[in-house]
Design a binder for this molecule. Structure first.
Ligand SMILES: O=C(O)CCC(=O)C(=O)O
Ligand SMILES: [Fe+2]
Length: 279
């Protein structure tokens, strides 16, 4: 298995992209409409924010889950006991956002959501009829007007040598949501688990957009689209001294969306957050 990069502008991009999602849970797009200069400005400005003391003033609200999550409260992936080596900020348009970072991050939130809606229409158009029949409403509809979609700005700090044994930047996990849209980070490290159990590097050429299936789309498609495990490994050599910034957008349906006979988007999310000990 190998992850091929797909040219968003090629005539059969949609079919190739959906095939890649089906085979690997991941799709990588070049020549997409997201402005790289906007992504770069966000990486630079948020890197500075993470270096500053100002982040402490934006400590997350446990009720609403927006704001800054320091490294000592950072996530422990499902089934793991050691915390990931990362700090992050949860951006929601209705949540707290540092004023100087607001315009760019919300512009990105909008652009990425628009691209996501188009990609969901590709997924729907290239699903077999029996899978299409399982979707209780058109896929792009499911995210339309959703207040749950989360943009996470992640900062993986340089390695200091005193990290907990076994800790990595992001331990193997699957995303809970429908689809995740992730611009290639400023440093490598993202890997996806292949069907044979080996870990493959996700092609992370700066400027590419990486999309992966989350558990909710796996559930809504009756397992046709796989939510594959992925992780972020620690840097080696000279790269140890470098920070890594990344910007996943986790697309969440409106809470009332029916995913399957077993779950609505809300009941699914609550079950998962309870398992993670977040609520
Ligand atoms: O930082 C990355 O490249 C991926 C992060 C990720 O998988 C996540 O936060 O769910
Ligand atoms: Fe993830």
């Amino acid at each position: 298995m190998k992850l091929e990069t797909i040219d968003y502008r090629s005539p059969d991009a949609a079919a190739q992209f959906v095939q890649s999602l089906r085979d690997t849970g991941f799709g990588v797009l070049s020549n997409h409409p997201i402005q790289q200069s906007l992504v770069e400005a966000i990486y630079k400005d948020w890197y500075e924010f993470f270096q500053s003391g100002a982040k402490e003033e934006f400590r997350f609200n446990p009720e609403t889950q927006d704001g800054f999550f320091p490294a000592d409260v950072s996530e422990t992936a499902k089934g793991h006991s050691v915390k990931d080596i990362k700090e992050y900020y949860h951006v929601y348009p209705w949540g707290r956002i540092p004023e100087s970072l607001r315009a760019n991050i919300l512009a990105y939130y909008d652009h990425a959501n628009q691209l996501a809606a188009e990609l969901l229409s590709w997924v729907e158009a290239h699903s077999p009829d029996e899978v299409k029949a399982l979707f209780t409403e058109p896929l792009p509809n499911m995210i339309d007007g959703s207040h749950k979609t989360l943009l996470r700005v992640l900062h993986y700090p340089p390695m200091k040598g005193d990290e907990e044994p076994g800790a990595i930047r992001a331990a193997a996990h699957e995303d809970i949501n429908l689809l995740t849209v992730l611009p290639a980070a400023n440093e490598p490290g993202l890997q996806v688990k292949a069907k044979d159990g080996t870990w493959l590097d996700v092609p992370s050429d700066f400027g590419n957009i990486i999309i992966n299936i989350g558990d909710m789309l796996q559930e809504a498609s009756g397992g046709y689209f796989p939510s594959t495990s992925h992780r972020v490994i620690n840097p080696e050599g000279m790269d140890k001294t470098k920070s890594r910034i990344s910007l996943p957008l986790f697309l969440h349906p409106r809470p009332d969306v029916v995913l399957s006979e077993r779950y609505t988007a809300d009941s699914y999310l609550m079950e998962r957050l309870r398992e993670l000990g977040v609520i």
